[in-house]
Design a protein around this ligand. Structure first.
Ligand SMILES: Nc1ncnc2c1ncn2[C@@H]1O[C@H](COP(=O)(O)OP(=O)(O)OP(=O)(O)O)[C@@H](O)[C@H]1O
Ligand SMILES: [Mg+2]
Length: 188
């Protein structure tokens, strides 16, 4: 069964049709590529799947459930994560903190527990930090965990975006031109 199934997805911006009846089936545990020249509509397609844009028509199903038109944070909670063609990190906070932001959908702590440092909250935070560090090791950024995200090289920022996206424990990960602007070494 397809984990992600898109049928006849269409998006118009005024008189411009950016996506016209695009259909796609992505199977679990497989890599599916969406290709097309500049301006073909790839980013628009991803923006509809992740809730950034509301589709003009067509349907999007995640594990059979209709998710078209839901808000981005709801789509993220349901298990779709993404990176951005134009990197969108939280520049002034640390590399580790950027990954922690990605984890927040799984954390239970409320405002009260955070302010009063309740023991359960502190424990949860320590576990989250360890998991975030593990993700940084996975993308090879652990040495930079305490650096400001904005200070990273371009290639490293791209890898941090992937770590942050993985932190939500997605079942579908959308990478919008993950190697754009990278040299061959960084791409590898
Ligand atoms: N918010 C918007 N308002 C109006 N037009 C838009 C908007 N977003 C995208 N478009 C237009 O939709 C078309 C598809 O753009 P899109 O960015 O989805 O293509 P792309 O395949 O991702 O291109 P690239 O390879 O350059 O990233 C373009 O003509 C673009 O100008
Ligand atoms: Mg694009």
């Amino acid at each position: 069964m397809a984990i992600l199934e898109v049928e006849k997805l269409t998006k118009t911006f005024g008189g411009l049709t950016a996506n016209k009846e695009i259909s796609l089936r992505a199977e679990a545990n497989k890599i599916t590529a969406v290709i097309g020249p500049n301006g073909a509509g790839k980013t628009t397609f991803f923006n509809m799947i992740t809730g950034v844009y509301k589709p003009t028509s067509g349907s999007i199903k995640l594990r059979g459930e209709l998710i078209g038109g839901l808000k981005p944070h709801t789509v993220a909670k349901k298990g779709i994560s993404r990176t951005f063609q134009n990197i969108r990190l939280f520049g002034p906070i640390t590399v580790l903190e950027n990954v922690l932001v990605g984890m927040h959908t799984h954390l239970k702590a409320g405002i009260f527990g955070t302010i009063f440092h309740l023991p359960g909250v502190d424990r949860e935070e320590r576990i989250a930090e360890r998991e975030a560090y593990r993700l940084l090791e996975y993308v090879g950024l652990e040495e930079h965990y305490n650096d400001e995200a904005a200070s990273l090289s371009y290639g490293s920022q791209r890898r941090l975006e992937i770590a942050r996206a993985l932190a939500t424990k997605p079942s579908v990960l959308l990478l919008d031109e993950p190697a754009a602007g990278m040299n061959p070494k960084e791409t590898a």
